[in-house]
Design a protein. Structure first.
Length: 114
């Protein structure tokens, strides 16, 4: 089992930045991919960015050039630096891990005001 705890969400003005963090615990040695998804009100959950244990990254087209995902394997933590945020990116951001199965955090709310 893997437990994921997100932090760093909050209210930011359009054009601003936020940094999300997700700390993993439990069977962390089995974690391969970690990353972030988001779910806006009335919409399906969607990929934001993921990173493998080897540092290979994948971004949603909407995130490329503005968001940066990184991972500190020593701290079992994944980060998401988000810049130039827009109101459409208001959503609950969920931490994700794949470790012989999918695991999700409880989510952290990001609100971008216009």
């Amino acid at each position: 089992q893997v437990q994921l705890v997100e932090s760093g969400g909050g209210l930011v003005q359009a054009g601003g930045s936020l940094r999300l963090s997700c700390a993993a615990s439990g069977s962390i040695g089995s974690i391969n991919v970690m990353g972030w998804y988001r779910q806006a009100p009335g919409k399906q959950r969607e990929l934001v960015a993921v990173i493998s244990s080897g540092g290979i990254t994948t971004y949603a087209d909407s995130a490329k050039g503005r968001f940066t995902i990184s991972r500190d394997n020593a701290k079992n933590t994944v980060y998401l630096q988000m810049n130039s945020l827009t109101p459409k990116e208001t959503a609950v951001y969920y931490c994700y891990a794949f470790a012989q199965g999918q695991y999700w955090g409880k989510g952290t709310l990001v609100t971008v005001s216009s």
